[in-house]
Ligand binder design. Structure first.
Ligand SMILES: *Cc1c(COP(=O)(O)O)cnc(C)c1O
Length: 424
């Protein structure tokens, strides 16, 4: 009798496992990201006593390192749970049932966080932004000014919207709060920016910052981090939302152990190595490398599209008009993302067909268009453990897939990327 293939193995073959067995799998989604061998190696470790001083020292080192990267001297918690867990923890610790939150809508992840808040019983008002540029600080300021009774208790802002490749100006959002004297908490989702794009929690007056382990931190999925300001912590003691696992106060009080139950020892060992790698390269150098890679990717896309722009609008409803050539989704050069580039494909072409060819023929995984952008957009992630040969390989292979898929483009995007890398 032939051996039975478990159903999950079959699913893995079509979705995750490359059909082409030679060479390395090139993973260029915007998260998860490549895990460095030394991070994988750090997790290959015998069981440790999670209450022993040797381990608690490591845990403290990880916490301190992440706080340095986050630019905060306030509180930090890690959760065994992905970014969605930190999303939920932030909401239930900061707000009481029925309170009003203002969600800045700039893309799929912003919508997701807002929806979670609704599902948890908060009253969520949306401030719609242009998906090609993000929410305007002036619009936020106007809305806060109109809230004369202070009904809005929190502002939910995604820093780097991974679905669109747009970075929102958190420091300007803080100014909008300060200039209107509004007391709402400012909560930031930095899941795909932390570790890749500059973010200063304390200097920018962010009350809560959430991120995950599997993006800029180059770690396995399953951990998240939360920076908590003194103001947010004080608030969390007063709110009436029931909390169990996610309750901040007892976790902080249990320092240095800080987990309800067994600590995720191996993931903390992995994070320790991630933080070490980032600080060995130099955090400033890591950010500069992402800037170069973002610029190179955008240069390739602009070249493919003949340096043209459709001028169409994009919102939660999707695309508003015809697109004739490939183009970078983000149209504000001061808000382009250095960790992910979203690319709009010309009318009559399917972004998923390009991804499919890249994956099955060439072993290159690209990100899909999310929500209303499905089929109209594909994404190149350029964050985490990457170097120039990897990025240029991915861009060259994307061009190969564009040619195979019959998508019109100007050949030579890699030459444009090389010029950008050389600062030409
Ligand atoms: C990846 C991502 C999330 C979700 O994180 P998970 O770890 O998958 O739960 C949320 N927001 C942004 C901006 C992201 O990039």
């Amino acid at each position: 009798m032939p051996p039975k293939t478990p159903p999950h193995a079959a699913a893995q073959r079509t979705n995750a496992e490359p059909s082409k067995p030679t060479g390395r799998h090139f993973f260029f989604g915007p998260g998860p990201t490549n895990i460095p061998d030394s991070v994988l190696g750090a997790m290959h470790h015998a069981t440790m006593d999670f209450l022993a001083p040797e381990f608690l020292d490591i845990q403290t080192r990880v916490t301190d390192g992440i706080k340095r990267m986050l630019g905060t001297t306030q509180s930090l918690l890690l959760y065994a749970g992905n970014g969605h867990a930190a999303w939920e923890a932030a909401l239930v610790n900061c707000f009481s049932p029925g309170e009003t939150l203002l969600a800045l809508d700039c893309g799929y992840f912003a919508s997701g966080w807002a929806q979670m808040a609704r599902d948890l019983g908060f009253h969520v008002e949306t401030l719609a932004g242009d998906w090609r540029t993000g929410v305007a600080a002036a619009d936020l300021k106007a809305r806060l000014k109109a809230d004369t009774k202070g009904a809005i208790k929190g502002v939910l802002a995604v820093h780097n919207e991974t679905a669109t490749g747009v970075v929102q100006p958190l420091a300007e959002f803080r100014r909008a709060l300060d200039e209107t004297g509004h007391k709402a908490l400012l909560l930031a989702d930095a899941i795909s920016s932390f570790g890749s794009i500059d973010l200063q929690m304390d200097a920018w007056g962010l009350d809560v910052v959430v991120s995950g382990s599997q993006k800029g931190l180059m770690m396995v999925t399953g951990m998240s981090l939360t920076g908590i300001s003194g103001k947010a912590l004080a608030r969390s003691k007063a709110v009436t939302t029931p909390r169990g696992y996610f309750k901040w106060e007892p976790m902080l009080a249990a320092a240095p152990q800080r987990f309800p139950g067994t600590s995720p020892v191996h993931m903390i060992l992995g994070l320790d190595e991630s933080v070490r790698l980032i600080e060995a390269e130099g955090f400033g150098a890591v950010l500069a490398r992402h800037k170069r890679f973002g610029a190179a990717t955008r240069a390739a896309v602009a070249h493919w599209g003949g340096n043209t722009r459709s001028g169409i609008a994009i919102s939660g409803q999707g695309l508003s008009g015809p697109v004739k050539a490939l183009e970078v989704l983000c149209t504000d050069t001061t808000r382009v993302s250095d960790s992910v580039t979203a690319i709009v494909v010309p009318d009559g072409h399917d972004a998923n067909a390009i991804r499919q060819i890249a994956h099955t023929r060439y072993n290159l995984a690209l990100g899909s268009g999310l929500g209303p952008l499905a089929g109209r957009v594909f994404r190149i992630g350029h964050l985490g453990d990457l170097n120039e040969p990897m990025l240029l390989g991915a861009l060259a292979t994307t061009e190969l897939a564009l040619a195979d898929a019959g998508v019109p483009h100007s050949p030579g995007g890699v030459t444009a990327a090389i010029s950008a890398l050389r600062g030409a």
